[in-house]
Write a protein that binds this ligand. Structure first.
Ligand SMILES: *[C@@H]1O[C@H](CO)[C@@H](O)[C@H](O)[C@H]1NC(C)=O
Ligand SMILES: *[C@@H]1O[C@H](CO)[C@@H](O)[C@H](O)[C@H]1NC(C)=O
Length: 302
């Protein structure tokens, strides 16, 4: 009996603790790891939720700090709170009122690897006196993988081009700086180029350039290069050698054959005409002077 009572009390206590903790629950969802190219920018996707209802941006304060200390602040609405080497380089691009805590770091430096964590504070302003009441949830952190060299673009092309027919080449590059996307350029001018930007999740973006042109005979064996210039100025490129299949010119065969056939036809026509003409002549001779013909033939027999 006693044991049961103790168990029940324990359960009640446990339930009470659980409900009090989970009543207003905060949850953050920060991408765990993201590539960051030095000198460029990086945008870290982040979202959070609060079961206590939607709160306006004015009541929320989003802070990003280094994992090893809540005072090592890299982003704060009050710039004086930000560590010197992150001043003017961080921006909250997400709307806190829309539960979006997306962070942008510009001019990425090779020691910006983090981890960086997001925390939110609930701000209570009473009589315009900003006294804050801090409610913070389990922090969620991101690690930046530093890239000192930009990734190479990927070029997709058909093996051979055909002279005079439209030919398409695609160049694409992956990046994490959607606020200042890389520029893709080709070493060809006066061409049709279409550019696409695509969110490929987890903070990665793809910039794609589709080039269409009409190759000529002289373009055979020429080098086609796609260059990506990233925010901050770093560049990378990829190239390939174009092979142009010639469209055979059959004139050297067609013209002589047309001439050949034509002259053959003309020759045959002449022959038919001549035969008809002579036949008539022979018949005329035979009918006009039979004896003469007979004599001639007899003479020839001898
Ligand atoms: C958060 O804000 C960023 C920057 O404005 C935006 O690109 C992203 O789509 C937003 N995320 C969500 C889940 O709305
Ligand atoms: C073309 O690419 C190759 C290998 O990626 C590289 O060695 C070469 O220098 C490039 N050529 C030009 C003209 O960029």
């Amino acid at each position: 009996m006693d044991k049961q009572k103790i168990m029940m009390e324990f359960c009640l206590l446990f339930a009470a603790i659980c409900s009090s903790v989970s009543s207003d629950e905060w949850k953050a969802n920060v991408v765990k790891s993201i590539d960051a190219l030095v000198t460029s920018c990086v945008v870290v996707p982040c979202s959070f939720s609060y079961t206590g209802g939607n709160l306006p941006s004015s009541k929320l304060r989003g802070i990003w700090h280094e994992k090893d200390g809540t005072k090592k602040i890299i982003y704060h609405e009050d710039p004086t709170q930000i560590k010197d080497n992150f001043k003017d380089r961080t921006k909250l691009v997400g709307e806190l009122g829309q539960n979006n805590c997306t962070l942008e770091i510009t001019e990425v430096k090779d020691h910006d690897n983090g981890p960086f964590c997001f925390r939110v504070e609930l701000v209570r302003r009473e009589n315009n006196d900003p006294t804050k009441d801090m409610f913070s949830f389990v922090e969620d952190c991101v690690e930046l993988k530093m890239l000192t060299q930009p990734p190479k673009p990927a070029v997709i092309n058909l093996k051979t081009a055909t002279q005079g027919e439209p030919y398409t080449v695609t160049c694409s590059v992956i990046h994490t700086c959607p606020s200042n996307v890389p520029k893709l350029t080709w070493n060809l001018d006066s061409t049709k180029v279409i550019v696409h930007h695509k969110d490929i999740k987890h903070g990665n973006w793809e910039t794609q350039s589709i080039l269409t042109f009409i190759p000529e005979e002289k373009d055979d064996n020429s080098e086609i290069t796609c260059t990506a210039e990233f925010n901050g100025g770093l560049k990378s490129s990829e190239n390939f050698t174009l092979r142009v299949k010639r469209v055979e010119n059959y004139n050297h065969i067609i013209i002589p054959s047309v001439v050949g056939i034509g002259s053959t036809v003309a020759f045959v026509l002449v022959c038919i005409f001549m035969t008809k003409k002579y036949k008539k002549r022979i018949e005329e001779l035979q009918s006009r002077d039979g004896s003469m013909w007979n004599r001639l033939s007899r003479m020839s027999h001898r």
